[in-house]
Design a binder for this molecule. Structure first.
Ligand SMILES: C[S@@+](CC[C@H](N)C(=O)[O-])C[C@H]1O[C@@H](n2cnc3c(N)ncnc32)[C@H](O)[C@@H]1O
Length: 200
């Protein structure tokens, strides 16, 4: 997707909703961090100076904007043009946090990415997510019906992923993850966000 187009079309929701959540989720992270699906680098302003971030993004246009944004970040951020399979090359138990920012909806094989995240995380590490998820009931069934159309129109985004279940199945403790209803009227109605440590 064109990075300029992405930033223009998400600017309002970014300012009104995501900026505050990103600040809360990322501000206290430190050490070795891998961000998967960094897009144009919307997360980058919120990492502190104690963070060293490897930011993975497969789309060259998005990654180009992310690289420019990385230059003005407080954290040391390296943008790699790669997809989630990059995680397979990282040593086990070597990373303090793996961050998925609105990317588990788009990654083709989220379970594979989450299993790799579990493998590379230190035992004291944490998975950090900010994702939109499938709603329950009638809304969820409607999301199922329009998901193929939405995927085509929205750069591969899936409206109806059950991301909390996928995170639990990959071996994380999901009790501290929170949900927030963001709308009654839009196709995307619910967010899942927070930190999940590896399950014991
Ligand atoms: C909805 S955008 C989110 C971008 C950014 N993280 C944000 O919060 O604005 C999803 C991103 O995931 C990236 N992506 C898609 N498939 C991926 C994969 N297999 N591995 C890593 N990133 C992927 C896309 O290129 C896109 O930049």
């Amino acid at each position: 997707m064109n990075g300029t187009f992405y930033d223009l079309t998400t600017a309002l929701v970014e300012r009104k909703l995501f900026a505050g959540l990103r600040r809360d989720l990322l501000g206290q992270l430190a050490g070795e961090i891998v961000e998967v699906g960094a897009g144009t680098g919307a997360d980058f302003p919120y990492y502190g100076a104690g963070a060293h971030v490897i930011a993975i993004e497969p789309d060259r246009s998005m990654a180009g904007r992310a690289r420019r944004r990385a230059r003005s970040a407080a954290a040391r951020i390296e943008v790699r043009i790669a997809d989630d399979t990059f995680l397979a090359g990282i040593a086990p138990h070597s990373v303090d946090a793996v961050v998925f920012p609105l990317s588990l909806c788009t990654i083709d094989a989220p379970s594979r990415a989450l299993e790799q995240a579990r493998r590379v995380l230190k035992r004291s590490g944490q998975l950090v997510v900010l994702e939109h998820v499938r709603s329950e009931g009638r809304v969820g069934r409607f999301q199922d019906a329009v998901a193929p159309l939405w995927k085509g129109a929205a750069g591969g985004c899936r409206l109806n992923r059950r991301t909390r279940d996928a995170i639990a199945e990959a071996g994380f403790a999901v009790d501290a993850l929170r949900t927030r209803r963001i709308s009654r009227f839009f196709l995307i109605q619910e967010l899942l966000y927070g930190s999940a440590p590896p399950a014991a």
